[in-house]
Design a binder for this molecule. Sequence first.
Ligand code: 13P
Length: 363
Amino acid sequence: MTTHFSYPSLDLQDKLKQTAEAIVAPGKGILAVDEANDAIGKLLATVGLQNTENNRRRYRQLLFTADDALSDNISATILFDETVYQKTDDGTPFIELLKKKNIIPGIKVDRDTVPLFLSEDEVTTQGLDDLAKRCAEYKKQGCRFAKWRAPLKIGEHTPSVQAIQDTAQVLARYAAICQSEGLVPIVEPDILLDGDHDIVRAQKVTEVVLAAVYKALSDHHVFLEGTLLKPNMVTPGQGCSKRSSTEEIAKATVTALLRGVPAAVPGITFLSGGQSEEEATQNLNAINRVNMKKPWMLTFSYGRALQASVWKTWAGKDEYVKKAQQELLKRAKANGLAALGKYDGTISTAASDKSNYSKEHKY
Ligand code: 13P
């Protein structure tokens, strides 16, 4: 391997860094609404609606037309391909609306998973082949960052060396391609909540995975200041009988991150992974309060933990749109406070205590 290489041009470095830093501005985080059509179809079914393009658009319109106060706590949102091209009822492109609200649009670019041959029932993510072309198109449409989720599961023999190495290489290649097209890559190695492992095992696996990911990013000359990490928090598996306190989760999470994530990375934007809305908020708050070194911003990039109460309140009915938007604002506010370590536990919403876990959850 050569050690002779160039960094991106200074102009590109500046732009990537500025975008990454704006996404993790104090008290702000990401609203992740990049569910693929099958995933949002399941949610639409819970409110009695068919999985049509218009119903998917109506739901996302509800989110994006919430009061401008949303951008007090939401800096950016992750879209799915079709959402990039959709418009509100009055014909305003979603991307224009988001920009006007000072919310940075981003795009999910992974194309889901396929089995890794001869592995322990593990997967690899797809989508690298035409990625540069797709990134260029999304950039033209106004997106400024991308996300790629690579799931790994903890079992007796997993994650395997094969899956860890594959994940690291694919994420690094993805990140390099995004940067070459001017998009900030959000790197998401998602170690699933599935399993009965305890928090100690979860911490060690997280450390090993992060070490592999950052070695690969270095090998691919990825400009770290222009990236963000979207990891799992370190928690016991869903089936583990020994539960951990928010303080234990905060300590294990920050310890694993300190051991694996270079200080050059501007921010860490956690996924919620099936935690309830309130758990995800409380854990983020504890992470920001724990008395340890924290060289990066620590905030949220939640899907389920920002939307569960919205779905419950909306119930698929136009007359509940306003009420559902209020729920979104409340959760965004709670998480914005948690990103500052200032959440006092007093914001409750319609589904705040409901677990959002589902086995081998798909996006
Ligand atoms: P959850 O917060 O629902 O785990 O979402 C994570 C994600 O990757 C969405 O972009």
